[in-house]
Write a protein that binds this ligand. Sequence first.
Ligand SMILES: CCCCCCCCCCCCCCCC(=O)SCCNC(=O)CCNC(=O)[C@H](O)C(C)(C)COP(=O)(O)OP(=O)(O)OC[C@H]1O[C@@H](n2cnc3c(N)ncnc32)[C@H](O)[C@@H]1OP(=O)(O)O
Length: 131
Amino acid sequence: MSEERNEWCFACGRHNPIGLKLNFREMEDRYVSTFTAGPEHQGYDGIVHGGIVSTLLDEITARYIYAKGYNAVTARLEVRFRQPTPVGQELTVAGRVVGQRGKLYEMQADIRLPDGTVTAEGKATVMILED
Ligand SMILES: CCCCCCCCCCCCCCCC(=O)SCCNC(=O)CCNC(=O)[C@H](O)C(C)(C)COP(=O)(O)OP(=O)(O)OC[C@H]1O[C@@H](n2cnc3c(N)ncnc32)[C@H](O)[C@@H]1OP(=O)(O)O
């Protein structure tokens, strides 16, 4: 997985013209990003498409392990859509490690509105690849 080609990542790549272009920061034991969806990201009017919600949760978990220096892929992702995620509001996406067993990291993530309301939660299993 070359760094240059990874810059086409739909969620975080700088070169992808239709990507989400997420930025990240580590805050204590959490990996955090913010994103404001536009109408191009919606399914029903005004509501972020579930695939985009899933992408945000997928990215914040797998990329945290990548940021720790490993090539890693999502092996499993479970999403709980608690309530509609609105377009046009800044979303805070956060993930953290909750367990590790060999090559497998168990992760949790959520998406919050500016008032702290959780709109979606994710549980992910991220696997480190040998190389
Ligand atoms: C500074 C510049 C930056 C530049 C910019 C960087 C950008 C860089 C982006 C990075 C951020 C990317 C963020 C996107 C993250 C994705 O979305 S990755 C894409 C989606 N995921 C995939 O495509 C993965 C596809 N699946 C696979 O490749 C393979 O199934 C896996 C996950 C590697 C596992 O392969 P495998 O051969 O099954 O692994 P194996 O070693 O045989 O498994 C051993 C054991 O692991 C466990 N296991 C395997 N799978 C699972 C599972 N799903 N659940 C639980 N246990 C499991 C089991 O215990 C298994 O034993 P058995 O039950 O089979 O006896």
